[in-house]
Structures are given as C-alpha cells and as structure tokens.
Write a protein that binds this ligand. Structure first.
Ligand SMILES: [Zn+2]
Length: 198
C-alpha cells in the first residue's frame, strides 16, 4: 500500500519549502522556489506546469502556465499594482488614492477605455453639461392659463460642455473652443491622462 510522501528543501533561512509531494492515488507534484521562498515553478503528474517570478517585495510580476496563459504585473513604490497585461493583449492601468484602487485605463483588442483625470485637481469625475429640449403634448388648456400635458415626448440632448465636476475645469480643443463631441472627449482623455507606457 502506497502512502503520502513529502520532501522539503533546506534553504538558508531554515524555512522549509515543500519540493515534492505524492499522495496515495499516485498524484505527484514538484515545486521550485526563489531565494525569498516564492514558488517559481510547479509541475504535476497531470502534465500541468506553471512558472512565476516575484520582485524583491514578494509581489508576483510574471506568471505563465502550460496552457499558454501569460500575465505580467507592475507595482508602484508602495507595492501596489499599477499595470496588468496578459497574453490576450488585455491591459489595465490603475492608480491608488487613500488605499483605494482606481482603474484609469483599459485596453483589449478592438476596444479601449480611458478614465478622465482632471489636470487641475486630479478628480476622476467628468460631467457633461447638457441642454435638454423636451416636447410635451398639451392635452387641454384651462381658462386660468394652466395646461395639462402628456408625459415628455421628445428629448433632444445637446452637450454644451464637458467639465470636471469637482473644480469646473473644462475640456477644450487646442484652439480653445469647448469640446462637445464625445469622440473628441475620448481623444482628449487618452492624450492628457497619465497612463504609463506598458
Ligand atoms: Zn478638477
């Protein structure tokens, strides 16, 4: 009758890491570690394998497995994640405020998304200032001048400005005119946001 087998390494810190495991069913796994005791290679008897790399702060910076998935991570000086990219060309950028993670941009094939960041105050809240033209059908007209209406029928929304809702900073084109086109908002934010290179 076979039983469980466990083998450990014996590294400098006397911190024993499991390097081999076999259970009673015959399943086996192997592990390798870096100098900070992070597992950097795993392999099992099912044929699954994965590789990891960690930085000096023990943060995962690279991951790859035998299914072909690959992931890369970047951190700021406070060890907080600021960029993620995988082998499907999915990418996301983060910034941190008061311990809170804020997504500032996202990219995947055929699709990109950016989050506004005010150059004056840093707020992420962009407001569209709109004129709404509403048509209401008058159903009856009273002697005293009051009218009875159906509910609003037509909304015609015209954006007259895009502004930071915190400080009022307004998005403008290079020639100084107000941006009122949603496509131009994307271009403006993409150009003016502080997305680091991937
Ligand atoms: Zn602002």
């Amino acid at each position: 009758m076979s039983k469980e087998i466990k083998k450990y390494d014996n590294n400098k810190n006397n911190n024993k890491n499991l390097i081999y495991y076999k259970d009673s069913s015959g399943y086996e796994s192997w592990k390798e570690y870096d100098k900070n005791n992070n597992c950097i290679h795993y392999k099992d008897s099912f044929g699954y394998e994965q590789w990891c790399r960690y930085d000096e702060n023990k943060n995962l910076i690279y991951h790859k497995n035998s299914d072909g998935d690959e992931e890369r991570y970047k951190y700021n000086e406070n060890k907080n994640l600021i960029h993620y990219k995988d082998s499907n060309d999915y990418e996301v950028w983060y910034k941190w405020e008061d311990g809170e993670r804020i997504r500032i941009a996202e990219k995947r094939p055929g699709y990109s998304e950016v989050i506004f960041q005010c150059p004056e105050c840093g707020s992420n809240k962009l407001g569209s200032i709109e004129n709404v033209l509403t048509t209401r059908v008058i159903t009856s007209i009273r002697e005293d001048g009051d009218h009875n209406y159906n509910s609003p029928e037509t909304d015609n929304i015209e954006v007259i400005a895009y502004k930071c809702t915190n400080c009022g900073y307004q998005l403008k084109e290079d020639n100084g005119s107000a941006i009122v086109d949603c496509l131009k908002v994307y271009k403006w934010v993409e150009k003016n946001s502080s997305i680091p290179e991937s």
